[in-house]
Design a protein around this ligand. Structure first.
Ligand code: GLC
Length: 476
C-alpha cells in the first residue's frame, strides 16, 4: 500500500507538541516490505533542512485565488527517518522560524494543501490512502473530492485524525476564492456556523475519522467545541485509536540524552542518579520528592492552575517538596510562573521554552509528572513518564482516562476528577504519602515501565482501517 501522511509537524524536523511525535513515529512503524509510507509537511526554516540532504523532485506554481506562489517538493535523501520525507517548500509563506501564529496562517496552510494536491495529482503513482492530521490539512478531503482540477485524486480515500478539536482552521467566506474552482452546489461541505471550517469540512468529506483516544471521541460528541452535533452525525464513520510512543526514542536504557541510563532492573538507582543530575542543574535538593510539568502553558492543559497549586504545596510542605516546570505558551501564565521564582528559588524552577533534551532528563529525574489537563485528546506525557518509571498524576479526561488508573484502585498512577487547585493539591498530598512508602512506589514504577504503549499494535489498527476503507470504496 502507498500511504501518504500530511500534517503541519513531524519530529525531529518541526515540533510544537504531540502531533509531531505521532507524525514522526506512526509512519516509521507502518513502513515495511508491504507498505511504502511517506510524510509531507511544510518546509519551515529549521536546522533539519539545513543539516540534511534533499533532492528537489518537483517544482510548480500554486494558485491561491489571484496569488501565485512558486513551490518545490524536497525529498530527504538518506531515508534515515524510517519513512520518506517530503518538505513542501513555499519560500514566501514558510521560510520563517516558527510553525504557527502568523497573521497569514490560513493562507499558509491552504497553500500547503493546494501544493500537496497539485504535486500528487501530477505524479504517476497516486497514494492508496491519504492520511490527514488536524485542521491544517482539513480541506484536502474536500478539494480532492469536489475540485475538477483534482479529478485524478477523486477516488483516493482520505482519513482525518483529530489530534485536537479545539483548533479548527476557521475563516470567512470572503476567502472562498482561494480554493480551486468547484461546483457551488457542494459549498455546504465546507461550511459550519456560517464560516469555512477546515476541520468540519474534513469531518464531512473524509472516508473515516479517527480521534487519538476512545474517551476523547466520546467527549467531543458532547463537549463544547462547537462541532458536537456534526460529530454525532458522523459517528458511524468515527473511531478512537489510542496513540503509541516511539520506544526507540523513549528508552531509558539507551537514551543518549541521559547521563545515566537505566532499565527496569536498575530503576531505583538509575532514577536517583538522574534526579541528582537534574536537581543539580536547578539547585534543588534531590532528597525531596520532585513534581514536574512538561508541556504547553495553556488553560486547555490546566497550566493556569499551576501557580496556585505550587504556592499551596510550598506553603504546606515548605522545603520538603520540589517543583520543576518546562514549557511555554500563554504569556500571563508564563509571567505568573516566573514571578514565583522571586519567592521560591531553591525548591521551584521554571524553564520557559522548548528543550527536548531537558524534557528527557526531566522524565528520567522526576518522581511525579503533573498532567492536570482540562482537555487531553490522548496525551503522550503520561506514556513517556511511565516508560521512565515516573508516576503520572492526571485529570481523568480523554486519553489520560484511558491510560491511567489510580493506584488506590490497583492502578499505575494518581488521578483526580476536577481541573481545580483543590483536586490537584489533594493528589500531591497523596503522592507525598506514597513517596514515603518505598515498596509501594517501586511497584507502581515497575508497573508503568512494563506497560507496552508501542506503536507496533496501533499502526496495525490503522492499516486495518485503511484496508477497510479501500475495500468499501471498491464495493461502491
Ligand atoms: C495534541 C493533543 C494531545 C495528543 C497529541 C498527539 O497535541 O493535545 O493530547 O497526545 O496531539 O495526538
Amino acid at each position: 500500500m502507498e500511504i501518504l501522511h500530511v500534517g503541519a509537524e513531524c519530529y525531529p524536523i518541526a515540533k510544537v507538541g504531540g502531533l509531531a511525535d505521532v507524525i514522526g513515529a506512526l509512519p516509521k512503524y507502518q513502513n515495511n516490505a508491504e507498505h511504502n509510507v511517506s510524510v509531507a509537511i511544510p518546509c519551515y526554516q529549521t536546522t533539519f533542512r539545513l543539516k540534511n540532504d534533499f533532492e528537489c523532485i518537483h517544482t510548480g506554481k500554486l494558485k491561491l485565488g489571484h496569488f501565485k506562489f512558486p513551490y518545490s517538493v524536497q525529498k530527504e535523501t538518506s531515508n534515515k527517518l524510517g519513512f520518506e520525507l517530503y518538505l513542501i517548500e513555499i519560500p514566501e509563506l514558510f521560510d520563517r522560524p516558527n510553525i504557527y501564529n502568523y497573521k497569514d496562517d490560513i493562507e499558509r496552510f491552504l497553500s500547503f494543501q493546494i501544493a500537496v494536491l497539485d504535486w500528487i495529482s501530477e505524479r504517476s503513482l497516486i497514494p492508496d490512502i491519504i492520511h490527514c492530521h488536524d485542521h491544517h490539512t482539513g480541506l484536502i478531503p474536500f478539494m480532492k473530492k469536489y475540485c475538477p482540477k483534482y479529478e485524478k485524486l477523486k477516488n483516493m480515500p482520505a482519513i482525518i485524525t483529530i489530534h485536537n478539536g479545539i483548533y479548527q482552521g476557521v475563516f470567512t467566506f470572503n476567502k472562498l476564492y482561494y480554493l480551486p474552482e468547484f461546483d457551488l452546489i457542494n459549498i455546504k461541505e465546507l461550511e459550519w456556523n456560517n464560516c469555512i471550517n477546515s476541520l468540519a469540512s474534513a469531518v464531512k468529506c473524509a472516508d473515516e475519522i479517527t480521534t487519538v483516544s476512545t474517551s476523547y471521541l466520546n467527549e467531543i460528541n458532547y463537549s463544547d467545541n462547537g462541532l458536537e452535533t456534526l460529530l454525532q452525525r458522523v459517528r458511524h464513520k468515527s473511531r478512537g485509536i489510542l496513540n503509541g510512543i516511539d520506544l526507540d526514542i523513549w528508552d531509558p536504557e539507551n537514551d543518549p540524552m541521559l547521563e545515566t541510563n537505566y532499565s527496569i532492573n536498575t530503576v531505583n538507582e538509575g532514577k536517583q542518579k538522574n534526579k541528582e543530575q537534574l536537581c543539580s542543574l536547578f539547585n534543588m535538593n534531590p532528597a525531596k520528592p520532585l513534581f514536574s510539568f512538561i508541556g504547553r502553558l495553556f488553560n486547555e492543559k490546566g497550566a493556569d492552575l499551576l501557580p496556585k497549586v505550587i504556592v499551596s504545596a510550598l506553603t504546606a510542605y515548605k522545603d520538603n517538596i520540589n517543583f520543576l516546570i518546562l514549557g511555554y505558551g500563554d504569556i500571563e501564565i508564563e509571567n505568573q510562573l516566573k514571578q514565583l521564582r522571586e519567592i521560591y528559588n531553591y525548591n521551584y524552577h521554571v524553564h520557559i521554552g522548548y528543550n527536548e533534551e531537558l524534557a528527557h532528563k526531566t522524565y528520567a529525574g522526576s518522581d511525579f509528572i503533573l498532567i492536570p489537563s482540562r482537555i487531553e485528546p490522548c496525551g503522550l506525557n503520561q506514556m513517556y513518564a511511565m516508560r521512565y518509571g515516573t508516576i503520572p498524576i492526571v485529570r481523568r479526561t480523554g486519553g489520560l482516562k484511558d491510560t491511567i488508573t489510580d493506584f488506590e484502585d490497583d492502578g499505575n498512577g494518581i488521578c483526580h476528577d476536577q481541573a481545580s487547585v483543590e483536586d490537584i493539591y489533594d493528589t500531591i498530598d497523596r503522592a507525598i504519602h506514597l513517596y514515603l512508602n518505598k515498596d509501594a512506589i517501586g511497584t507502581i514504577r515497575i508497573k508503568g515501565m512494563q506497560t507496552n504503549h508501542s506503536w507496533t499494535n496501533v499502526s496495525q489498527e490503522y492499516l486495518e482501517l485503511y484496508n477497510l476503507i479501500i475495500a468499501k470504496r471498491h464495493e461502491n
